[in-house]
Design a protein around this ligand. Structure first.
Ligand code: GDP
Ligand code: MG
Length: 163
């Protein structure tokens, strides 16, 4: 049995970079549910010996700041309901923002299982943001670099029990 993972977080934290790393070119056939295909990109992820479905909540990339909050909430709530586990990504170099707090709140209330990742933490970068992530109340963050492939092994170990 496999599982579905949603990549959740505000724009620009590195969701799509991680999606591309996990999926490569193995984009799944798109679903025909209206709305879902527009806002959620789905792929078949490969991570070591794990195979699972991954959703990139990509629909927020082209919205204006005005509509961001409402759409962000709706999209996140829908994604959370669809999946077994959420990977909540923050930008370790920026630290925790008000938008991150909104996501954290939704995830704490609705998600079955959440893994927290402080991305852009390659080398020694983003240590401050990584430490701030503890304050979200989602547990221990992992240091990740979607771009450079660091922390991917730790992600593997977090996901392994779900497979
Ligand atoms: P999304 O909006 O959450 O999907 O974020 P993207 O994946 O589009 O990434 C936003 C920006 O952050 C891009 O310029 C990426 O190259 C950059 N980025 C993503 N992951 C990393 C990382 O691990 N380290 C660094 N330094 N930059 C990253
Ligand atoms: Mg994206």
């Amino acid at each position: 049995m496999s599982f579905t993972l949603a990549l959740v977080g505000r724009p620009n934290v590195g969701k799509s970079t991680l999606f591309n790393r996990l999926v490569g070119k193995r984009l799944a056939l798109v679903d025909d549910q209206p709305g879902v295909t527009r806002d959620l990109r789905e792929g078949e992820a490969k991570l070591g010996d794990l195979r699972f479905t991954v959703l990139d909540t990509a629909g927020l990339e082209n919205v204006t700041d005005d509509s961001l909050q409402g759409r962000m909430r709706r999209l996140t709530e829908r994604a959370v309901e669809m999946v077994d586990v959420c990977l909540f990504i923050i930008d370790a170099r920026v630290g925790i923002t008000p938008a991150d707090e909104i996501f954290a709140d939704i995830l704490r209330r609705r998600a079955k299982h959440v893994i927290l990742a402080a991305n852009k933490a390659e080398g020694n970068a983003g240590e401050g943001g990584f430490l701030e992530a503890y304050s979200l109340g989602i547990g221990e963050p992992i240091r990740l670099s979607a771009e450079h492939g660091e922390g991917i092994d730790e992600l593997y170990h977090m996901l392994r029990p779900l497979a």
